[in-house]
Design a binder for this molecule. Structure first.
Ligand SMILES: *Cc1c(COP(=O)(O)O)cnc(C)c1O
Length: 469
């Protein structure tokens, strides 16, 4: 399988190189040159497979030529073996023909484990084969950091540095990062905000000379392997609900458009999906596009669903690429306009094409709390605020009651106690067994000033399993 850039100017890469690549050299994102397509009979034959075996069948075409089948199978069995629920991604019914797909049974209790547990193992496998090491420098406002650290903690060939804003992440989220020890794991608390952390990561990618020749790898959702891993659970859910003979709809709590883009790909690979709902919080750039064909940056609002607090959705470029007939020059033009502060609309036919599949809703904090309370009253299920946004959007935007509606349950409510408390639900939140002593564990973290040079010096001092690069 070969991968091409959405801006048309970077060289095509194979899977191994795309795994290590991050952004393409032309500023674009990598996508498969040709998407695999499965027949209905083939998909139907996968009913009842354990999650890791389904994962093998869905993802195999993407890694062909880079990872032999036996090795890929073993990696997948290990990856999904660490999930605490035997079904890996169980469905829970909320209402008539309405289901939550629980994606929070991984080590850090959020759906990012599905991709990052795999990414860590894939990186280590490929690096071992090549006799190389890499450094990961990532910024987090919460979920991505812990999922990336958990995913990479056993990697022999990866050193990971995660920057978070000092005193500005929740205690659960901080402890999920700082209580994982390893000579290749480094938590850095920056005396600044999340944007400062992100700027330092960007600057480090732009000029990697401080790494003395070691390569930097991206673990944010621009990394193709993360999207790839997320395609699997759309197939998994549909197969449980009578697919592919029956079509299914999904409502997806969305920030960077990574998770929902995986659903779009599942459909293009042959899975009958009737409707994909983009569920955003008050940071609603995607809703403004889907409802009014306006893609315009606005100011950032802090919400009760912080993992979706974004101004710009990085993966949206991948959808735009398809909407424009895969014309890289057109995308480069649009992104240029956008960068200059313009914002843009797309031609009417292209927007209409997108609207055949996608609907959208923006849900504010008050509605999020109302939904948490309402669902708890009706069913006894406690939703996290991100999942609640998905439920609200599903109920407002649903096109057909006959088609099963699946809401992606992106996090466990225990990670977001503020929202649950504001919703007035009197249920005590309990950490799952494997995290029950989280508040007693020792923490390891280095506080650094908001200064790029200081951070880069720290990375180069510790980037070789705690020793200098
Ligand atoms: C990251 C995250 C999201 C948003 O996912 P995108 O791929 O950025 O759209 C939603 N919910 C939770 C809990 C998350 O951690």
């Amino acid at each position: 399988m070969r991968y091409i850039s959405t801006r048309g100017q970077a060289p095509a890469l194979n899977f191994e190189d795309v795994l290590l690549a991050g952004l393409a050299t032309d500023g674009g994102l990598y996508v498969p040159e040709n998407l695999p397509r499965f027949t209905q009979e083939e998909i139907a034959s996968w009913a009842g497979l354990p999650y890791h075996e389904l994962a093998f069948r869905v993802m195999r075409p993407f890694v062909t030529g880079s990872i032999p089948d036996v090795d890929f199978k073993k990696i997948l069995e290990e990856t999904y073996g660490v999930f605490s629920h035997n079904a890996v991604a169980p469905l829970r019914q909320l209402n008539g023909n309405e289901w939550v797909l629980e994606l929070f049974h991984g080590p850090t209790l959020a759906f990012k484990d599905f991709a990052l547990q795999l990414l860590g193992r894939l990186l280590d496998y490929v690096l071992e084969k090549r006799g190389e090491r890499v450094v990961i420098v990532g910024a987090t406002s919460g979920d991505t950091g812990s999922a990336a650290i958990e995913g990479c903690k056993h990697c022999e060939n990866v050193d990971i540095f995660i920057l978070h804003p000092h005193n500005r992440v929740s205690e659960v989220q901080r402890r999920q990062m700082t209580t994982i020890f390893g000579e290749n794991i480094h938590n850095i608390a920056i005396e600044g905000n999340f944007d400062d952390c992100q700027e330092m990561v960007k600057a480090s990618f732009a000029d990697q000379s401080f790494l003395k020749g070691t390569r930097l790898v991206a673990v944010n959702s621009i990394n193709w392997a993360r999207i790839m891993a997320q395609i699997v659970y759309y197939f998994h859910a549909a197969l449980q609900l009578g697919g592919p003979a029956r079509s299914v709809s999904f409502s997806v709590p969305t920030g960077n458009f990574g998770d929902i883009f995986a659903g779009y790909l599942a459909r293009n690979m042959g899975l009958p999906i009737n409707q994909l709902i983009v569920a955003t919080n008050r940071n609603d750039i995607l809703h403004r596009f889907m409802s009014g064909n306006q893609y315009v940056k606005e100011t950032l609002h802090a919400t009760l669903s912080p993992s979706m607090d974004i101004m710009v959705s990085s993966n949206f470029e991948r959808l735009l690429f398809d909407l424009h007939g895969r014309n890289g020059a057109a995308i480069a033009g649009l992104m240029d306009t956008f960068k200059q502060g313009g914002g843009f609309s797309v031609e009417q036919e292209r927007w209409t094409e997108a609207r055949k599949l996608f609907d959208s809703l923006a849900v504010d904090d008050a509605q999020t709390c109302e939904t948490i309370a309402e669902v708890y009253e009706q069913t006894g299920e406690l939703l996290d605020p991100h999942t609640a946004i998905g439920v609200k959007a599903a109920r407002e935007c649903r096109r057909s009651l006959d088609i099963p509606m699946v809401i992606l349950g992106t996090a466990h409510p225990v990670k977001f106690p503020d929202a649950v408390e504001k919703a007035g639900v009197g249920k005590a939140l309990e950490l799952p067994a494997h995290l029950s002593d989280l508040f007693e564990r020792d923490e390891r973290c280095t506080v650094l000033p908001n200064d790029l040079k200081a951070v880069q010096a720290f990375v180069s001092q510790h980037g070789n399993r705690g020793k200098p690069l």
